[in-house]
Design a protein around this ligand. Sequence first.
Ligand SMILES: Nc1ncnc2c1ncn2[C@@H]1O[C@H](COP(=O)(O)OP(=O)(O)OP(=O)(O)O)[C@@H](O)[C@H]1O
Ligand SMILES: [Mg+2]
Length: 215
Amino acid sequence: MGPSGSGKSTFINMISTMDYPTDGQVYIQGRNVMNMSANEIGHFRYENLGFIFQNFNLLDTHTIYENIALPLTLAKADPKLIEDKVTDIAKKLNIDMLLNKLPLECSGGQRQRTAIARALINDPGIIVADEPTGNLDSENSEELMELFEKMNRESGATIVMVTHDSYVASFTSRLIFIRDGAISTEITREGMDQDEYFQKIVSISSAGRSRRKRA
Ligand SMILES: Nc1ncnc2c1ncn2[C@@H]1O[C@H](COP(=O)(O)OP(=O)(O)OP(=O)(O)O)[C@@H](O)[C@H]1O
Ligand SMILES: [Mg+2]
């Protein structure tokens, strides 16, 4: 979490190998991504990472089906496997009736869920999500957090997420606040129930806001 312009998307882009730091190093699962070739990074992404971008990054000339299938198509997976996986994840995210539509024929929330389906389709070990609930209503946001919790619990996936929403943040186990491109505060949920954790997040966020007002 952190104010607009504090560097959240920049951080997410670095750890997802979309952008490179001018200073410092990025290690993922013990590997320095700066030392990987473009080809190795490509493979590494398809095998380990799922992305949900702030602006969805869907391909407008491709159907919802093709967008969701993209990571598997790029990995040259078997067409039958692709079909099964797309159908399955689309059902889970309630977009299975939209598979033949283009992104521009769908609502913001439906496009968001398409981006989520695409990120989850190859069962990635790490899911990197920039404001994944930004265009979802509270019911869909809660459902997405429950899906993330399930993936974390059952497949051991790590979810790295940016959010402005304290309630969404209260589903995490560890929370880092960023200010002016640096870590300002770090907390963990340890020992707290979700409501206590939520209250703590709200108080840290609002302390940050009043400090900005005084400045
Ligand atoms: N490629 C880039 N090169 C140089 N500066 C950049 C680049 N991308 C972003 N910035 C700058 O870095 C700062 C952090 O931007 P970033 O997009 O990471 O913020 P953010 O925390 O994600 O904000 P928001 O909540 O509005 O999405 C901003 O001042 C931005 O203008
Ligand atoms: Mg951002």
